[in-house]
Design a protein around this ligand. Structure first.
Ligand code: FAD
Length: 716
């Protein structure tokens, strides 16, 4: 704890100890007040301003230091200064005192609380951000909640000081009036308990709960109001219409059909969306061929001589299409039709919250009425308007799969997961790859040493990796394609034959009715939804890449469940989309997988952590496989068996991390993983060994000293 924080804490503790040691509480008792009432009144009559000032100060100190006795002081205010002046003094003094207590708690404890519980507090702080003032108002209005506890607890939240001050003042006014008024008739009071009759207390409770109810009612009316301009059909064709047949749309439709809802799935292009047709499936298939090539190149390492292979790129790309065709039936119209989904081929457009128009491929149009709509329109590659980009013709993950000739010199723009996976794959298949990244490292979401490990491998495999290079313009020079990049103020010239643009993906937001319905978009250009994935219209949901914040197949499917269930059953029970344990992997070599926090995120969020690190070059199976590289890094809560996040770098990291995803999802810690048998010799053993590293760091040293003594005694 920093010195000034410690000083303030000691000061407060000393004041509280002094209060009790010197029994200062005796001055804050009803009897004492009654016995001194006449003298106090006389003093106040003689020196009204000075008495008010002193009283204000005492009241502020008592409340700021959370001494017991504020209620007696409030009665005293009535007895000495009368109802209105007494209320005025108490109202301000109590709020100033409360705010000082609030600020002290914040100053002394909030950093610690954030570090310790930051991961848990996120949604709580979001709630405070949204409705904190209302909650505080309720707490203040109902005087059964301890005054000092509210000050201390609220200080640990992110509530603004000014909000805290004025809401407290407003909320406490009614209670203050009651007590000050009671003080004006002090003689009749025999105990503090009698001041708040059950009836009065109930009125306060009702008054306190009223704003919360009013807010809920207002939200409900607001939600209804958005529908005012849209006519509701007398009956609906469907319970749910899903726009887009990618991962999110397919799963939404599947769930709806499984629970016997009537559902239509509209897809304008190919069912399976990006994942099947242009994303996960083709990229991983290409990576497989590339990996095989890299193994052939390493054959000597394994004692195999004479192993060579020529890349028939057209055949590699044909295999990609074959794999797509093999998987296609999983996402086919026939399969979904047989599951009870009406698969509709065409372009969807939302006409109203209850009607979706479909334009068939032949141009004919029809309208489907529906109770709910799920927008699952996905995303597309982002191509920035770099001057000259049209001259050189840029490939994206959408168009790449039509290539049948391997580019001799491939330029890859972007150092994110897609850029990295494809850069390595093409390099392994024989392209001379130059990868250009504007930032100072590739895979920037991961910790720096992860980027470094992948970058080192890339360079060793012959990729020219240019970080800190910003693509400025393209040009055609003597028929050749050239990129001019800006690197620390100097112009760098890069020649290439083909360019792949992998600079992120933009959600599809236009052309299907969002603007007309006034459905908002976020700052990161995704469809705006609430925790239930509802858009502005509570019967229109968004899921998958179009909704963000993640762009993965498994998160699209995860969100799809919430969209479907909230749409079909939301009137009975709604579920908040749970993003607490989201894993992902980048399928480079070394493979990188992650779940939960990494170090850079923990630091940015000011969350304290410990690290358990297990290097894979120590693992028997990795050594036997010739893949002894990488590591597992687990972040845990200091001193606790609670996992905050895991990063894995190494062979099959994307598969191996599943054990930690499971552990985090179900609140299992390192002890549980350590206590689980893992087959020898497998890569999965590393999961256990890293738990062993954690355990060693938490050895009960003192206990072991005693155990050592016990053994010595046993030996005689
Ligand atoms: C190269 C690459 C590799 C990837 N690798 C992985 C990976 O390894 N693992 C992973 O988890 N994710 C990966 N992804 C991401 C993954 O593909 C996406 O996150 C996932 O496909 C998102 O699914 P979706 O349903 O949200 O959108 P999409 O799959 O894009 O589906 C949206 C569908 O909506 C249709 N549509 C849009 N508008 C309309 C309309 N008005 N009417 C009718 N239809 C419409 C589109 O035609 C499209 O088929 C990769 C992506 C790429 C590009």
């Amino acid at each position: 704890m920093k010195k000034n924080r410690l000083f303030l804490l000691l000061l407060i503790v000393a004041a509280i100890i002094a209060f009790f040691v010197f029994d200062l509480g005796r001055f804050l008792s009803l009897q004492e007040l009654k016995s001194r009432q006449d003298a106090l009144q006389a003093g106040a009559a003689a020196h009204p301003l000075a008495s008010a000032g002193i009283f204000f100060l005492i009241y502020t100190v008592v409340t700021a230091l959370s001494f017991p006795g504020a209620a007696i002081l409030t009665l005293a205010a009535g007895a000495i200064f009368g109802l209105w002046f007494g209320t005025l003094i108490v109202s301000f003094a109590s709020c100033v005192g409360a705010t000082l207590a609030f600020l002290s708690a914040r100053f002394i404890l909030r950093d610690w609380v954030e570090k310790r519980f930051g991961d848990k507090l996120k949604s709580f702080n979001e709630g405070i951000d949204r409705d904190g003032a209302l909650y505080l108002f309720t707490l203040r209005l109902v005087p059964v909640f301890p005054f000092f506890l509210i000050n201390l607890l609220m200080g640990l939240t992110k509530m603004r000081v000014w909000t805290y001050y004025w809401v407290s003042q407003l909320g406490m006014l009614a209670g203050t009036l009651v007590f000050v008024n009671a003080g004006t008739q002090l003689a009749r009071i025999t105990s503090l308990k009698g001041i708040l009759s059950p009836g009065l207390l109930l009125s306060f409770v009702l008054l306190g709960v009223f704003p919360l109810i009013a807010k809920r009612a207002l939200d409900w009316f607001k939600a209804r109001k958005v529908y005012a301009r849209w006519p509701r059909p007398a009956r609906y064709d469907y319970n749910m219409v899903v726009i887009g047949g990618g991962s999110a749309g397919l799963v939404s439709a599947y769930i709806a059909a499984a629970v016997k809802a009537k559902v239509a799935l509209i897809e304008r292009h190919k069912l399976g969306g990006d994942c099947l047709n242009t994303g996960c499936v083709p990229s991983k298939t290409l990576i497989r061929s590339a990996k095989l090539m890299s193994h052939i190149a390493r054959a000597g390492e394994f004692g195999l001589t004479g192993a060579t292979a020529q890349v028939d790129f057209a055949a590699v790309m044909e295999r990609v299409q074959r794999v797509i065709r093999t998987i296609e039936p999983h996402d086919s119209a026939e399969r979904y039709q047989s599951l009870g989904v009406d698969c509709v081929k065409g372009d969807a457009r939302i006409l109203s919250p209850f009607a979706v128009q479909v334009t068939d491929p032949d141009g004919s149009q029809r309208t489907l009425t529906t109770r709910n709509i799920v927008i699952a329109a996905g995303a597309r590659p982002f191509v920035p308007p770099i001057p000259g980009i049209d001259l050189v013709g840029c490939y994206t993950s959408d168009t790449l799969w039509s290539l049948r000739a391997l580019p001799r010199r491939l330029l890859v723009l972007g150092g994110g997961p897609i850029g990295c996976e494809l850069a390595q794959a093409f390099a392994r298949l024989g392209s001379l790859v130059t990868q250009v990244e504007m930032g100072d490292r590739i895979m920037q979401r991961e910790d720096a040493e992860v980027s470094e490990m992948v970058a080192t491998r890339f360079r060793a495999e012959g990729i020219t990796l240019l970080t800190g290079h910003k693509a400025a313009r393209f040009a055609l020079e003597e028929g050749g394609k050239v990129l001019f990049a800006d690197h620390a103020g100097t112009e760098v010239r890069i020649e290439f034959d083909e360019v792949l643009c992998a600079l992120g993906r933009s959600a599809n937001l236009t052309g299907y009715g969002l603007e007309e319905l006034g459905i908002g978009v976020t700052k990161t250009r995704t469809v705006e939804t609430n925790d239930y994935l509802e858009t502005l219209y509570p019967n229109i949901f968004a899921a998958g890449d179009v909704a963000g914040p993640f762009q993965f197949t498994h998160t699209a499917a995860h969100q799809a469940w919430y969209a479907a269930v909230n749409g079909l059953f939301g009137r009975f029970k709604k579920f908040k989309a749970d993003y607490s344990v989201i894993p992902w992997a980048t399928f480079t070599e070394p493979e990188v997988a992650r779940v939960g926090l990494n170090e850079q995120e923990a630091k940015a969020a000011n969350i304290a952590y410990e690290i358990a690190l297990y290097p894979l070059d120590d693992l028997d199976r990795a050594i036997a496989d010739g893949e002894a590289h990488g590591f597992i890094k687990v972040l845990t809560v200091p001193g606790k068996d609670k996992i905050l996040g895991v990063t894995m770098v190494g062979d099959h990291a994307g598969d191996l991390i599943a054990e930690y995803v499971m552990a985090m999802k179900h609140g299992l810690g390192m002890n549980k993983i350590l206590g689980t048998i893992h087959i020898y010799p497998t890569l999965a053993e590393a999961n256990k060994y890293v738990a062993g590293v954690w355990k060693k760091a938490h050895t009960p040293v003192r206990l072991l000293k005693w155990v050592e003594k016990y053994h010595a005694w046993q030996r005689g």
